[in-house]
Design a protein around this ligand. Structure first.
Ligand SMILES: O=C(O)CCC(=O)C(=O)O
Ligand SMILES: [Fe+2]
Length: 288
């Protein structure tokens, strides 16, 4: 009989897993181990340790298997932690970066004149916001979103085309993969409840939506006007709130359409003043 706690060798681990997989009851395994010199209490403890670790690993693997496949996503060139990024015609400030979720806060993405010009061009075309309704075909008003909005066509005018080219350079993603710029206006009290921007793979309408360029893989929310209070962009999974500072933007990407990306986000209620944003959604492929 050996008194000291016995080491669980790789061979023993494999033997235990093989025995368990072939349906051997634990008691039989303990008896075999005791027969080959193990103390019964030590054998039991070893068995419990190996099997619980094995089951935990299997459970993790099963969960991993169920995740939708990861795909390439837009990514700004931040490997060397630059303070600024040259985005063609403008030097954009890198204010904050997070890895999980992948999220970057940019400053100076748009000038005040560009913000004003976007608002002026959008204002006469605003209607009650629509979100893409995956339950049916087409778009429908959404009670979770109390803002008003409109879409520009991609490259619709010089200003829009210039901003789109800048964004493409900034996040290294083709202009063609972008949806048209969306403008939203939130008066006091308006909000956008937490949601994901990708299309839910389990919804029946999603297959049709994906034909126009695949999944959304990243979002850029650009702040065009500053509310005095409220109106931040919130990321409840990581308890983060991005301040809606004019000309700044928050970028986040999601390599699979799954909550494990931690990209749940919303527009907090505007308490005072008015919030205007431009949202750019980026697809996997050319958006048609
Ligand atoms: O209003 C915000 O800050 C967030 C907007 C948003 O989530 C979106 O446009 O998809
Ligand atoms: Fe969103």
């Amino acid at each position: 009989m050996i008194d000291s706690p016995q080491h669980i060798t790789l061979e023993l681990r494999e033997w235990i897993v093989a025995q368990a997989a072939s349906g051997q009851p634990p008691q039989t395994m303990v008896e075999s181990m005791v027969a080959s010199g193990w103390r019964e209490d030590v054998a039991l403890a070893a068995l419990q340790k190996v099997l619980s670790e094995y089951l935990a690993r299997e459970a993790a693997r099963a969960e991993e298997d169920e995740l939708p496949l990861a795909v390439p996503v837009p990514e700004p060139a931040l490997a060397e932690s630059p303070l600024y990024l040259e985005a063609g015609d403008r030097r954009v400030h890198v204010l904050q970066a997070m890895l999980d979720p992948r999220l970057v806060v940019f400053g100076n993405l748009l000038g005040d004149d560009e913000c004003d010009a976007l608002i002026a061009a959008a204002r006469p075309r605003m209607a009650r916001s629509l979100t893409v309704a995956t339950q049916e075909h087409g778009e429908a008003p959404n009670d979770d979103r109390t803002s008003r909005g409109m879409f520009f066509e991609r490259g619709e005018n010089e200003l829009v085309a210039r901003i789109e080219a800048r964004i493409a350079r900034l996040v290294n993603w083709p202009v063609e993969n972008g949806e048209g710029l969306q403008i939203l206006r939130y008066p006091p009290g308006a909000e956008y409840k937490p949601h994901y921007d990708y299309f839910d793979p389990d919804e029946p309408g999603t297959a049709a939506i994906l034909k126009r360029g695949g999944q959304r893989v990243a979002t850029l929310v650009i702040y065009l006007s500053e509310p005095e209070k409220g109106g931040g962009t919130t990321f409840p999974n990581v308890h983060l709130e991005v301040a809606p500072k004019r000309g700044n933007a928050v970028f986040f990407s999601y390599e699979r359409p799954h909550p494990s990306t931690y990209t749940l986000h919303g527009g907090a209620p505007v308490i005072a003043g008015e919030k205007w944003i431009a949202t750019k959604w980026l697809r996997e492929r050319e958006f048609t």
